[in-house]
Design a protein around this ligand. Structure first.
Ligand code: AMP
Ligand code: MN
Ligand code: MN
Length: 342
C-alpha cells in the first residue's frame, strides 16, 4: 500500500478524470518563465494522455529553459496554437480542434500568458491543476490543493486516477516538479509524504540524479555573470536583502526576458535575510519582482496585493518600472512583513 501524498477531494478528482476521458485533444498550458513544476507536470500529463490514445497539445508562451531539455516530450511544446487545431475554426475536416483547456501550476487565468483566449477557448471546459495559496479557482473544475508541495504531486494522483501506471518517463517529469519546487527538498512543506513520493518515483524508474544535477546544480556562464552584476548591487537592511538587474546589463550579457535566472533562490541563502527580493527590469519597462521568505514569514500576500501570486515562501509579480519606482513600491510591504516577526 502506498502513502497518499496529496489529500485530493475525490469528487473533484472524478470530475477532472471525466473531463480528460471525454477529450480527444486537450490543450495543456504551462505558465510563462516556466519552471520545473509547470513543465514537468504538463509533460507528465501529456504522456499519460498519449498512452490513452489522445492527441494533447502542450503550450507555453516562453521557450523551455535549456536545463529542462532532458524531459521526455519537451520538443512538443508550442508557443501559440496552430490554426489547424483552433477550437473555433479547424482548417480541415480531418483535424479536430482542441476541445478542453488544462491550466497547470498557475493561480489565475492571466498566467497562461495569453495562450488562453476568451474568444477561442471561452466555450471549452477549463480544468485547473495547481497548488498556489493565491489560486482564485478560475476553472470549471479546480484540482487545487495549497498544501501540496508541488503541482507534480496532484498530477501523480490524477494520472493514476486515469488508470495509467507511472512509468520511467512520467516519473522523471514528476520528479522534476517536486525537486525544483522544493528547491531540492529544502522547503517547509517537504514532509515525510513528499520524501515517500520521491522514493516512489525513483522506484518507478525516474532519473533522480539527472533531475538534481540538471535543475539544481547547473548554472550557465551568462547566468552566473548576471548573478555577479546583481550581487554587486546587493543591499541588506532590517532582515531584508534585495538587489536589482537593469535591462542594459541584461542586454549586454545577452540575457532574454523570459530567462529565469534562478537568482532569487540564490539570494534566499543570505543568513541575515528573513526575506530576499530581486527586481529584474524587462524590455517593456516592467519589473519582474521575485520574493523569497524564510519559514514563518509570508510573501504571498505581498505578491497578491501587487497583482501577482505565489506561495508563502516564494512569490512574485510584474509591476511598472523603472527599477527605483518598483523597489520603492514593494520594499515597504517587505519591511513590514520582516518587522512584524522580528
Ligand atoms: P518566481 O519568483 O518567479 O520564481 O515565482 C515564485 C512563485 O510565485 C512561483 O510559484 C510562481 O508561479 C509565482 N508567481 C511569480 N510571478 C507571478 C505572477 N506574476 N502572478 C502569479 N504568480 C506568480
Ligand atoms: Mn511554477
Ligand atoms: Mn509549482
Amino acid at each position: 500500500m502506498r502513502t497518499s501524498e496529496a489529500m485530493m477531494n475525490p469528487i473533484v478528482l472524478n470530475k477532472a478524470v471525466h473531463l480528460l476521458k471525454q477529450s480527444k485533444r486537450p490543450l495543456i498550458i504551462s505558465h510563462p518563465r516556466p519552471d520545473g513544476d509547470t513543465i514537468g507536470s504538463t509533460l507528465a500529463l501529456r504522456l499519460a494522455l498519449v498512452y490513452l490514445g489522445k492527441s494533447p497539445v502542450v503550450a507555453c508562451v516562453h521557450p523551455i529553459p535549456e536545463m529542462l531539455s532532458y524531459l521526455p516530450g519537451v520538443k512538443t511544446f508550442v508557443s501559440s496554437i496552430p490554426e489547424d487545431i483552433d477550437p473555433v475554426t479547424p482548417a480541415t475536416q480531418h483535424t479536430s480542434g482542441v476541445d478542453l483547456v488544462v491550466a497547470v501550476d498557475m493561480s489565475d487565468l492571466e498566467r497562461t500568458g495569453g495562450i488562453y483566449q476568451e474568444t477561442r477557448h471561452g466555450q471549452l471546459s477549463l480544468l485547473v491543476i495547481d497548488h498556489h495559496e493565491t489560486n482564485d479557482e478560475f476553472g470549471d473544475v479546480n484540482l487545487v490543493d495549497p498544501t501540496a508541495a508541488a503541482t507534480a504531486l496532484l498530477m501523480a494522483e490524477l494520472i493514476e486516477a486515469l488508470g495509467i501506471t507511472i512509468d520511467t518517463d512520467i516519473a522523471t517529469c514528476l520528479l522534476t516538479g517536486i525537486i525544483t519546487d522544493t528547491r531540492g527538498l529544502r522547503t517547509t512543506n517537504t514532509t515525510p509524504a513528499v520524501l515517500s513520493f520521491v522514493a516512489r518515483m525513483i522506484e518507478a524508474g525516474g532519473d533522480y540524479l539527472s533531475v538534481v544535477q540538471k535543475t539544481l546544480d547547473s548554472v550557465t556562464y551568462w547566468q552566473m555573470r548576471a548573478w555577479g552584476i546583481a550581487l554587486n548591487r546587493l543591499q541588506l537592511h532590517n532582515g531584508v536583502a534585495w538587489t536589482t538587474l537593469p535591462i542594459a546589463e541584461k542586454q549586454q550579457l545577452g540575457i532574454e526576458d523570459h530567462a529565469d535566472l534562478g537568482f532569487s533562490n540564490f539570494l534566499s541563502r543570505i543568513a541575515e535575510a528573513n526575506i530576499s527580493v530581486s527586481f529584474l527590469e524587462m524590455n517593456d519597462g516592467t519589473v519582474k519582482v521575485s520574493m523569497r521568505a524564510r519559514p514563518g514569514y509570508n510573501v504571498a500576500w505581498i505578491a497578491k496585493e501587487l497583482g501577482g501570486g505565489g506561495h508563502r515562501q516564494a512569490a512574485g509579480c510584474s509591476i511598472p518600472g523603472p527599477l527605483s519606482v518598483a523597489s520603492e513600491r514593494v520594499l515597504p510591504y517587505v519591511f513590514q512583513e520582516a518587522q512584524e516577526k522580528s
